[in-house]
Design a protein around this ligand. Structure first.
Ligand code: ATP
Ligand code: MN
Length: 461
């Protein structure tokens, strides 16, 4: 494999003749020399190529090289005269691999992030999206290696589901029925027995329930895959298609779950700081100042622990500051989350034991009859980054909650069975992968941390 610019930039000056491939980002021309910045996407700052025009003596070729042109440059690495880089390539031969006409949309000027979304097929060539994708890739690697190194089994839960029992959000229906003229039952309703799966199907909103069944077989598992929510919300934090990481551990209570969540976040954040330092420096300089310090703080500080009840007591003291004042029983929203982590704890905080009414049916019920063993991990600047819980392991209590909430009991037959056959305490959590990429990069909008975002009214490319 040919050497990438990232590796070439870490070399010192030498007599060796190198061949460097990439795309021209900028060209600076003067009377005697021409500078090209050539980038191949392996690193945020490309290689400076210096052309001595007198000896090169091919103005026609040089003038055909414009921003976006794919080139192959042959030359030697020399110590750079300018301060911005330690080495540069003294060019001896230049080949145009692919020309780039003047209507190339990514000219040198800075483009708005909204414009770049309209040219998502090209935006990976910009510094910011390129860096975001490299960090995203490293973060995925760090997530896999965290769990793999600790003996977790990677489980692929299904993307198509017919159980409609995750209850986490609006689902996308999957059907092969003719939407113009679907088969109907006698009462006029759509006859899903004629549909592909013989019943109504949709895309998954979470792999958790299936993940649990495999934790109760293999002990420690994790999922890492796409999830789909037909969220009709135009926010900077919601996509219709996003990736989720969901570890699940058998013989593990909520304290154990919280310990893993803290250790896991610290691990993946440290990993990107260490392995993506030039991209992270770029984000810190151009996207969100102070971002690296925030991450370091999260890595270095022990996470605080606080019950929901104590959190509400803290929030009630300053209720007048909030757009949505709280009381015991209300949901903790982003403004409250930020206050708790930034101003009460001055560190990340794990809030536990929420009222059962505001949490999902599967969470373990506490003896007080009012709260469940759920947890949210809150971090400065963002609020919730992880949600998790100890799951209800008791068959009767789980069934009771399903009935109380009026859920379809028959849909949960397989989930309930795992509580009859060797049920054990087990816990897990979910991390929205794009939210994690957003957090480490400081990129404001979730649509810019995934190659091709899908959201309401938008599924281009
Ligand atoms: P939110 O309140 O932000 O909508 P949620 O409570 O619906 O989140 P969960 O059902 O707990 O979220 O999902 C687990 C994780 O998945 C969340 O903590 C979040 O990081 C991520 N997530 C949820 N919905 C989306 C979405 N539409 N786009 C991207 N990530 C999401
Ligand atoms: Mn949601």
């Amino acid at each position: 494999m040919k050497e990438r610019i990232k590796e070439i930039l870490s070399r010192g000056p030498s007599e060796e003749v190198l061949v460097v491939d990439g795309w021209v980002r900028t060209k600076r021309d003067s009377k005697n020399v021409c500078f090209l910045e050539v980038n191949d996407g392996s690193v945020v700052k490309g290689l400076q190529v210096v052309i001595d025009k007198a000896s090169f003596n091919n103005d026609e070729l040089l003038s055909s090289v414009t921003t976006g042109t794919a080139v192959e440059c042959t030359g030697r690495l020399v110590a750079s005269q300018g301060g911005a880089q330690s080495v540069e390539l003294a060019l001896s031969k230049l080949d145009v691999v692919g020309p780039c006409p003047a209507d190339y949309p990514l000219q040198k000027k800075r483009h708005s992030i909204e414009f770049l979304r309209e040219i998502a097929h090209l935006r990976g060539r910009t510094n910011m999206i390129g860096a975001a994708m490299r960090v995203r890739s490293s973060l995925a690697y760090a997530i896999h290696s965290y769990f793999q190194d600790r003996g977790f089994t990677y489980i692929n839960t299904p993307l198509i589901t017919t159980s409609d029992c995750e209850g986490a959000g609006e689902t996308f229906q999957v059907t092969t029925l003719d939407l113009e003229a679907p088969p109907r039952k006698e009462d006029g309703s759509v006859d899903y027995s004629k549909d592909f799966f013989g019943k109504k199907a949709s895309l998954t909103v979470s792999g958790q329930l299936e993940g649990e069944t495999y934790a109760l077989a293999l002990r420690d598992i994790y999922t890492f895959g796409p999830t789909f929510r037909a969220e009709n919300s135009n926010t900077t934090r919601h996509l219709a298609e996003f990736w989720m990481v969901e570890p699940e551990m058998a013989f593990c209570d909520l304290d154990g779950d919280a310990e893993v969540a803290e250790d896991f976040l610290k691990h993946i954040f440290s990993y990107v700081l260490e392995h993506c330092s030039s991209d992270m420096d770029f984000f810190d300089s151009f996207v969100l100042k102070g971002n690296i310090d925030t991450l370091r703080h999260v890595i270095e500080t022990p996470f605080a622990r606080m019950t929901y009840t104590d959190a509400i007591a803290e929030l009630e003291k300053v209720n007048s500051r909030f757009e949505f004042p709280v009381h015991w029983g209300s949901d903790i929203q982003t403004e409250h989350e930020k206050f708790l982590t930034e101003e009460v704890c001055h560190s990340p905080v794990i809030v536990t034991d929420y009222p059962k009414e505001i949490k999902a049916f599967y969470m373990k019920q506490n003896d007080d009859g009012r709260t469940v063993r759920g947890m949210d991990v809150l971090v400065p600047r963002l609020g919730e980054i992880i949600g998790g819980s100890e799951r209800e392991a008791d068959y009767d209590k789980l069934l009771g909650r399903i009935r109380e909430l009026g859920l379809e009991e028959k849909d949960y037959w397989w989930y309930l069975e795992t509580r009859r056959f060797g049920s054990v305490p087990h816990s897990g959590f979910g991390l929205g992968f794009e939210r994690a990429v957003q957090y480490v990069t400081g990129i404001a909008n979730i649509r810019d941390v995934i190659p091709y975002p899908r959201y309401v009214k938008s599924a281009e490319f």
